[in-house]
Design a protein around this ligand. Structure first.
Ligand SMILES: NC(=O)c1ccc[n+]([C@@H]2O[C@H](COP(=O)([O-])OP(=O)(O)OC[C@H]3O[C@@H](n4cnc5c(N)ncnc54)[C@H](O)[C@@H]3O)[C@@H](O)[C@H]2O)c1
Length: 306
């Protein structure tokens, strides 16, 4: 297949590119390197350095005749979305519409959209199912949800096939501190620098941490399955910050200082995703345990610092 991956030099997008390349697909990456890195790029993928909002991408679409667009480029810093919501909407909404228009005009067969289950569902007493009401509390959550609606509208209006993958908190090699599971990278960096790590509040805030290799496999499954569906991609398990730190500390092998700071206002207490639909519709299940995934992430961050 001829596949365009936007944001393919970023954390998750680069793992998705690797998975597609490994399966023999012809992959083009569009990335503006605002947060992405050359070092993440798969050498077998073709790179087009461009902003997703640039309408002259039409030349690339006409030439390459993509079968599938896999859309990972985004403004994903929640705090930035609060301080500059216009910029957030410009990348996450106008950028998306530009790609949807180009997909429609150039007869792309399918569009896969990276959405954010971690920011939609509010407090989760139980793992949130896809039909749970969405109540995003940040401009970032709002623009990702708007993105889902745009993708769905293009499906209904123009027959564009699509799959929406709603990720939990994705962690793994190549992640930086700014993503939704940024705490993993921050703890690793603190441990390696022998600096005090900070935990806000009592550290019992829970999230659904899903390993990036598993997320890449979900994108592979979405090449041919789950047309017209929005699907949670997580583990169904909630892990608190204290446990996360404990596991990373065990990877580090030396006791490290940790300090509690006052809780951050407005922070969710518990976010966790139900994943039975992913098993049913995509044939996908997470396979990497938190201990294995964190150990691999720690090793990778260690190696990068050498
Ligand atoms: N990291 C998570 O836990 C998480 C959770 C839910 C959803 N997501 C979604 O997954 C996607 C990838 O996230 P990530 O964590 O890999 O982030 P990332 O910052 O590592 O990757 C984003 C990539 O998009 C590129 N980019 C940003 N703006 C661009 C623009 N205007 N034009 C072209 N390229 C642009 C960046 O340079 C970067 O390479 C995003 O859509 C994000 O909303 C991430």
């Amino acid at each position: 297949m001829r596949i365009l991956v936007t944001g393919g030099a970023g954390f998750i997008g680069s793992h998705v590119v690797d998975a597609f390349v490994a399966r023999g697909h012809r992959v083009t990456v569009v990335d503006d390197f605002s947060t992405g890195r050359k070092a993440n790029l798969n050498p077998k993928a073709r790179l087009v350095r461009s902003d997703i909002r640039d309408t002259s991408l039409s030349r690339l679409f006409k030439k390459e005749r993509f079968d599938l667009v896999n859309h990972h480029a985004a403004q994903l810093d929640v705090r930035k979305s609060v301080s500059d919501p216009l910029f957030d909407a410009s990348v996450n909404v106008f950028g998306l519409i530009n790609l949807l228009e180009l997909s429609r005009l150039n007869k792309v067969k399918k569009f896969v959209f990276a959405a954010s289950g971690g920011t939609y569902y509010g407090e989760c007493d139980q793992p949130a199912r896809e039909e749970s009401p969405a109540q995003p509390l940040s401009p970032y959550g709002v623009t990702k949800l708007a993105g889902e609606h745009y993708v769905r509208a293009y499906g209904a209006l123009h027959g564009l096939k699509f799959t929406v993958l709603r990720y939990g908190n994705v962690y793994g090699p190549r992640q930086d501190p700014h993503g939704e599971a940024g705490v993993v990278a921050i703890f690793c960096q603190r441990l390696l620098a022998r600096e005090t790590a900070f935990i806000y509040g009592n550290g019992k805030q829970q999230r659904d941490y899903v390993f990036v290799g598993d997320v890449a496999r979900a994108n592979v499954a979405a090449l041919a399955k789950a047309n017209g569906e929005a699907i949670n991609i997580g583990t169904g398990k909630a892990t608190d910050v204290n446990r996360l730190f404990k596991i990373l500390n065990a990877c580090h092998g030396k006791p490290s200082p940790v300090e509690h700071k006052p809780p951050r206002t407005g922070e969710l207490f518990r976010s966790v995703l139900a994943v039975s639909k992913a098993a049913r519709v995509l044939g996908w299940k997470p396979t990497v345990s938190l201990e294995e995934g964190l150990a691999e992430t720690y090793r990778h961050i260690c190696a990068e610092r050498k």
